[in-house]
Write a protein that binds this ligand. Structure first.
Ligand SMILES: [Zn+2]
Length: 214
């Protein structure tokens, strides 16, 4: 994999951000501090932001050149209701909450991309950086869409990603269709079927196991 040198050089700053977010996990639709961190960094880097979409969602806007074409990159910000037993310095400071799914990494990675785009602007068009709440079953993507995400920020495509610990470091996998556990349709224990929009991996149901146990 060919790495982008300026991003590699900035690893310490982004790693520190990841650890800070890891130490302060917030559950779905409660990502207030995380959204504050994201908004502060985007603003520091000169990126206009829109806040409050889907409750705590943040959208950063980076433009370059003259093209009217646009795409979005998306990351999720929420943590899981789990107790962390790690003892390293950046372990969770909130009992019963943990970034066990890696969304601290997703958020930090998208911040790194945002910083790079804003600094170099070596593209033609608009990139929206979408930081969504409540990926863990809360339907945060759906809430952002209901709040007018694509009316305010129309795009040709949205690219999302999820870490996959089983894959070797330095590798990347892509699929045209659903790939994660909650993708497609499945039956819950209560007999309700749920689905996921591949790009956003969100529930179609109105309740979820983490935000409102059932
Ligand atoms: Zn996840």
């Amino acid at each position: 994999m060919k790495l982008i040198e300026p991003i590699v050089a900035n690893t310490p700053e982004i790693a520190a951000l990841r650890k800070d977010i890891h130490a302060h996990p917030e559950l779905c639709f409660q990502e207030v501090r995380t959204a504050d961190v994201v908004a502060a960094k985007l603003t520091e880097w000169g990126i206009p932001i829109h806040r409050g979409m889907g409750t705590t969602g943040v959208v950063g806007i980076v433009k370059a050149g003259t093209s009217s074409r646009a795409l979005a990159l998306r990351a999720d910000m929420d943590a899981l209701p789990m107790q962390e037993f790690n003892t390293f310095a950046h372990a969770s400071q909130h009992a019963g909450k943990m970034h066990a799914c890696g969304h601290d990494g997703h958020t930090a990675m998208l911040l790194a991309a945002a910083q790079h785009f804003a600094k170099h602007r070596n593209f033609d068009g608009t990139v929206y950086l979408v930081f969504q709440p409540a990926e863990e079953g809360g339907g945060g993507a759906r809430e952002m869409i209901k709040d007018g995400l694509f009316e305010q920020f129309p795009v040709e495509a949205v690219f999302g990603m999820h870490n996959w610990p089983g894959m070797a470091a330095g590798t990347f996998a892509a699929s045209a269709g659903p790939v994660m556990a909650s993708s497609g349709l499945r039956s819950s224990s209560a007999g309700r079927a749920r689905s996921a929009v591949p790009t956003f991996r969100t529930w179609s149901g109105t309740t979820d196991p983490w935000c409102s146990p059932w």
